[in-house]
Design a protein around this ligand. Structure first.
Ligand code: HEC
Length: 131
């Protein structure tokens, strides 16, 4: 929690700083709420970005076709989540520009998750990846 607060403050400071310097549009950082839930806060992102187009049963892992399948594939079976170091979780990395898989950042073409949405995924993992 302390770490999360520090990251939030750092990101906020960073975005204010860059606004001052060059007047570029920087997305306002929205601190993620506590008690994030996969079904309520995370799976809706998978729906709006049509992840299931390529992540359905028998297709690419993880299966993101339903909230339950997605939760089970992401939290078990494959080391998609690393509780001791949330930022190195494969599920989180996959939706950031840091992903170095064959297809590149998920979804495979823009638009990508916004920085606030990426932070939400990270915060959800940091909070214990609740269903
Ligand atoms: C156009 C097809 C396509 C779409 C859309 C897509 N993916 Fe993928 N995804 C793939 C393929 C193919 C792989 C296998 C690895 C690779 O090619 O990079 C993959 C791999 C992954 C992995 C595994 C990464 C790992 O290191 O284990 C995750 C997690 C993932 N995708 C999440 C998502 C999420 C979340 C979305 C939606 C925001 C999404 N994908 C949208 C095709 C897609």
């Amino acid at each position: 929690m302390k770490k999360l607060f520090f990251i939030s403050v750092a990101l906020l400071a960073l975005s204010i700083q860059s606004c001052k310097k060059d007047y570029l549009y920087v997305q306002k950082f929205v601190p993620p709420p506590p008690d994030l839930s996969f079904a309520t806060n995370i799976y809706p992102l998978m729906t709006s970005y049509n992840c299931a187009n390529c992540h359905s049963p028998g297709d690419n892992f993880p299966d993101l076709s339903t909230s339950q399948n997605a939760y089970s594939d992401i939290t078990t079976g494959n080391p998609q989540l690393i509780n001791s170091n949330p930022a190195s979780s494969r599920f989180y990395i996959a939706v950031t520009s840091a992903y170095n898989g064959i297809s590149g950042q998920m979804p495979t073409n823009a638009p990508y998750l916004t920085s606030n949405e990426q932070e939400l995924v990270l915060a959800w993992i940091s909070q214990g990846a609740k269903p």
